[in-house]
Design a protein around this ligand. Structure first.
Ligand SMILES: [Zn+2]
Length: 200
């Protein structure tokens, strides 16, 4: 299974980059809030790492494998976004059921991005541009178009597309964890600001 360099603080939910795995030592204070003694949460969720592994095993020069990779990378990105939406929803509603029904009524990539834009204090596009991940957003759009063709049986790969698609998949898998790490922590910031507001 693919390993992630990130862990989530169990106390303040900030995601921390810990490539040397120093935080496996529970006496090591978390850099976000100084928390010690609590097991750090894996981030991203296991399903995302499993999809990463499936994508890694594909031979991207083969059309069949590339199709599998495209579908799984798309699902992986949607899961990463869903995870951020959970954080934002918990800032807006204390009820798990309300959060679940909000997610249920915003299915699919475009509607989930819309939900993000409604809940967050900035749009996803602005955020990615500001943090220099705008190419990821464009790549994601392109990937989603190909993925939709695949799942609706309208995908007929031209040999000229193969290189582009391979590079598209590689660019996304290289940058997506870092982008969602930054996005996740921004959602945690918004969550904390809401808490401060409601205490005032
Ligand atoms: Zn913390």
């Amino acid at each position: 299974m693919c390993k992630s360099p990130y862990v989530k603080c169990p106390s303040c939910y900030t995601v921390i980059s810990d490539p040397e795995r120093k935080l496996q030592n529970l006496a090591e204070p978390a850099p976000c809030c100084g928390d010690t003694g609590h097991i750090r949460i894996s981030w991203p969720m296991e399903d995302v790492l499993m999809f990463f592994e499936i994508v890694r095993q594909q031979d991207l020069n083969e059309t069949k494998d590339r199709r599998i990779a495209i579908v799984f990378v798309s699902t992986m990105l949607e899961l990463l976004l869903e995870n951020v939406l959970w954080e934002l929803l918990s800032a807006h509603t204390k009820s798990l059921q309300l959060a679940e029904s909000a997610l249920d009524s915003y299915q699919g990539r475009e509607r989930r991005i819309k939900l993000y834009n409604r809940l967050s204090d900035h749009s996803l596009r602005d955020f990615f541009i500001q943090h220099e991940f705008s190419s990821l957003l464009n790549d994601w759009e392109q990937l989603a178009k190909i993925r939709n063709k695949i799942v609706h049986g309208r995908y007929f790969a031209e040999t000229t597309d193969a290189l582009d698609e391979r590079e598209l998949i590689q660019r996304i898998t290289r940058s997506c964890l870092q982008a969602f790490f930054v996005l996740h922590n921004d959602a945690v910031r918004q969550l904390n600001e809401q808490k401060i507001d409601s205490n005032e």
